[in-house]
Design a protein around this ligand. Structure first.
Ligand SMILES: [Zn+2]
Length: 337
């Protein structure tokens, strides 16, 4: 089969590798779509992926073959490549951690979505409802990140909220907040195509923070108090400070995106309002199940996020990962293996 194999820092080679064979408790997945994640870009950019490994953890596809002991799946079943619960439970070594070892985060195993096929333990994928399109299904993993963040936050129905950054995670966080009954979702995003996607997805208003004083605008829109919640999905230099300044007394900023550089903070601007800062990372099987249910109910719209401009072939992988190191107007890139 064809696969995009990591061959060093900022180097991906398209190679013919043996198609993996499922073990007795495993399934072979024929990959339909495989999303390029910001974390894949970081692994590529900083040489963090093991040479010889195949990245990609945001994929959907069909069962191509099952191992001898597998009764839960049959050939042709549609699935998303993750989110299942490990039947062996939480390994003891990690049970003291606040989150279980099932939390899928930055160190997710190389499941190898950037290939024609992938092998997985049969418990790992989740079944895809018939009415969920492949274009929507490929967003399941990043949407689970958004669900995890919103559920970790102090969000309540009727809140006015701000999402900073309208990349895939920002656009999905926006949709989860809308599905959860936000009174208003304001989005801050300088890139025109991303801002447009946020608008199409129903943002109350979208602001360009390079042209608008975003903090005073948000404070004005929230009766001079500031909003109760802001979500940082940008990891741009100014966004964390802006978020801390735009929330009200006792408000909260949830940090989803990871900055790989120093971020300047001026505490005097917000410490007096006793603002909380919360980190959100990865997702749990429960988050994935919530996503599948939201998608089944039509609450997640992939239309403005995954379209003809999103799809790339193996031959575009090197160039696309390189370009995404400094994303501009890209929204979601998807490998069609
Ligand atoms: Zn991801």
């Amino acid at each position: 089969m064809k696969a995009a194999v990591t061959r060093g820092e900022q180097r991906i080679e398209i190679e013919d590798v043996p198609t993996p064979e499922p073990g007795p408790d495993q399934v072979l997945v024929k990959i339909k779509y495989s999303g390029l994640c910001g974390s894949d870009v970081h692994r590529f950019q900083y040489g963090m992926a093991q040479p010889g490994s195949i990245m990609g953890h945001e994929f959907c596809g069909e069962i191509a073959a099952t191992g001898a002991n597998v009764t839960s799946w049959k050939e042709g079943d549609r699935l998303v490549g993750g989110g299942g619960s490990n039947p062996d439970g939480i390994p003891r070594a990690s049970s003291s951690a606040r989150y279980s070892a099932q939390t899928v985060g930055f160190k997710s195993p190389g499941w190898g979505g950037f290939a024609e096929y992938a092998v997985m333990d049969a418990w790992r994928p989740l079944r895809l409802p018939d009415n969920v399109s492949w274009e929507t299904a490929v967003l399941t993993e990043p949407c689970a990140i958004a669900v995890h963040a919103v559920r970790r936050s102090a969000f309540r129905v009727g809140d006015q909220v701000v999402v900073m950054g309208a990349g895939p995670i920002g656009l999905l966080t926006q949709q989860v907040l809308q599905a959860g009954g936000a009174r208003a979702v304001y989005v801050s995003e300088p890139a025109p195509a991303r801002a447009e996607a946020a608008r199409k997805l129903g943002a109350t208003e979208v602001f360009d923070p390079t042209k608008t004083d975003i903090v005073s605008t948000i404070v004005e829109l929230s009766e001079g108090l500031g909003v109760p919640l802001a979500f940082d999905c940008a990891a741009a230099k100014p966004t964390l400070q802006q978020g801390l300044e735009m929330v009200r007394r006792g408000g909260e900023v949830t940090l989803i995106s990871m900055a790989w550089e120093d971020v300047p903070l001026l505490t005097v601007e917000w410490i007096g309002r006793e603002v909380d800062m919360k980190a959100s990372y990865g997702s749990t099987p429960e988050d994935w199940q919530i996503v599948i249910s939201l998608m089944e109910q039509g609450k997640i719209d992939s239309g403005p996020m995954v379209d003809q401009n999103s799809f790339i072939g193996f031959d575009d992988m090197q160039a696309t990962l390189t370009r995404l190191m400094t994303p501009q107007d890209d929204i979601q890139s998807v490998l069609v293996p």
